[in-house]
Design a protein around this ligand. Structure first.
Ligand code: NAP
Ligand code: ZN
Length: 423
């Protein structure tokens, strides 16, 4: 919008200068005291120019800037009321701004496989879904209002919201920047008990969202916004284990499953100058993995290929959404290697205690990343021009997109253009 305003201003200046020059100068040439008249005209045209500019901007601006402190805000959203009903348009409300709250006009929202798990209540034992649910936790928005004590953002900045919107901020985990592991319970972006308002949180498949400024990530100007959205979940979830297990140049990093998280894992591990090996169930993705910088890509069904990497990998990141026979990949770790499971968040299966002990191997889990680390991955990717590979969709295509994700048929993240919800 600022860019548009600058262009309008420039255009007006050029036009009015030309008018002044062509029409006014020859007339004033004939008049006595033309310098005073010319100054007077100059002031008048400047005033006219300013008024016209203001008027045009009021027509051009798509939405007025909302005043600080107003609300609650009626909000359009897409969600569902049960595990078996497709997502559809619904109306929700966003709370009035507290002193540290930011109101975002949602521009883009990524579609994570977790959205599907949650919409369909696929984690009933650990994270049961509370309906109605509005999914979406890869949110990019423009700040349209701020609480009166907000310091991190001003109106018109771009902010990002990932998988959490609140935590106690006082426990030892929060104080060490791991709000995602809050000992008093992280508030996730959707289907989580809302400690500020009553009820449950609603996610980013919506046209507005109110979030405490601490949980909003700064997105620098001039970046490819839709391609940034997936970094807020897929990016941080795969970046965090690489930082914690300190991936070094030349180490071998395995990525199991080349989907939304997997393709970010490849790009980020390549940026760490690791040798990346992808393990996929989809033959057509082998070429893509190599284009993303992977040294090799192996089909799970390729016995010789799997054997080639026996005891070879320093770190593996598993992004497969369902439980699967995992021991075949534990066998690929070298002594002291770690397989970090970020996918299947349920009962794991087929693990062999003896094989894990013999190789002093570790199986670990990891949950997204803290706010500071999420800011870090955004800055890391911006500095290196790392982006997600996305397919932009309209909100009404969301149910079809879910089916495609389930069929491993997305290259590599759907991102919703939220203009389609406002239309
Ligand atoms: P996705 O885009 O669907 O990618 C998953 C990939 O896993 C697929 O593309 C496919 O890759 C592979 N795969 C193997 N077997 C599969 C099967 N039976 N069904 C579907 N895919 C299969 O999913 P995502 O968004 O990357 O999320 C992956 C998982 O991570 C989800 O379970 C999600 O809930 C979880 N997650 C966890 C965290 C966390 O903090 N721990 C954060 C975000 C998401 P190939 O075609 O290459 O085999
Ligand atoms: Zn996610």
């Amino acid at each position: 919008m600022n860019d548009l305003m600058d262009k309008c201003q420039l255009l007006f200046t050029l036009v009015l200068n030309a008018v002044t020059h062509v029409f006014v100068s020859p007339i004033t040439e004939l008049i006595e005291n033309r310098h005073q008249i010319f100054s007077c005209l100059y002031v008048c045209t400047t005033y006219l120019y300013y008024a016209a500019f203001k008027y045009i901007m009021s027509l051009v601006q798509s939405e007025p800037i909302i005043d600080i402190g107003k609300g609650p805000y009626p909000t359009k959203a897409y969600g569902t009321t049960s595990a078996t009903i497709p997502l559809k348009l619904m109306k929700i409300e966003r709370r009035a701004l507290g002193p540290h709250d930011v109101l975002l006009d949602v521009l883009y929202c990524g579609v994570c496989h977790s959205d599907i798990h949650q919409a369909r209540n696929e984690w009933p034992n650990t994270l049961p879904t509370t309906y109605p649910v509005v999914p979406g936790h890869e949110i990019i928005g423009r700040v349209i209002a701020i609480g009166n004590q907000v310091t991190k953002f001003k109106v018109d900045d771009i902010g990002g919201v990932g998988c959490m919107v609140d935590s106690c901020c006082t426990c030892e985990n929060c104080l060490s920047d791991r709000e995602q592991n809050c000992l008093n319970g992280t508030t996730f972006t959707y289907s989580s008990p809302d400690k500020v308002s009553s009820g449950y949180t609603y996610g980013g498949y919506s046209d507005k969202i109110v979030v405490k400024e601490h949980f909003v990530i700064r997105i620098p100007p001039g970046v490819d916004l839709p391609a940034m959205a997936p970094l807020l979940c897929a990016g941080i979830t795969t970046f965090s284990p690489m930082q914690y297990w300190k991936v070094k140049p030349g180490q071998r990093v395995g990525v199991i499953g080349l989907g939304g998280l997997g393709h970010m894992a490849v790009k980020l591990a390549v940026a760490h100058r690791a040798d990346v090996i992808v393990f996929t169930t989809t033959p057509e993705k082998i070429a893509d993995a190599k284009k993303m910088g992977a040294k090799d890509a192996v089909l799970w069904s390729d016995e010789a290929g799997m054997k080639r990497y026996m005891n070879q990998l320093d770190l593996m990141i598993s992004t497969v959404p369902q439980a699967y026979p995992m021991q075949q990949f534990m066998n690929l770790l070298r002594l002291d290697g770690t397989l970090v499971n970020v996918g299947a968040l349920e009962q794991l299966k087929d693990l062999d205690g003896m094989m894990i002990a013999l190789g002093r191997k570790s199986l670990a889990g990891s949950m997204i990343g803290g706010i500071a680390e999420t800011q870090e991955v955004i800055d890391y990717c911006v500095a290196r021009n790392i982006k997600a590979d996305i397919e932009l969709i309209r909100i009404e295509d969301i149910n079809r997109a879910y089916e495609k994700v389930m069929n491993k048929d997305v290259r590599y993240r759907f991102v919703i253009d939220m203009a389609s919800l406002k239309a």
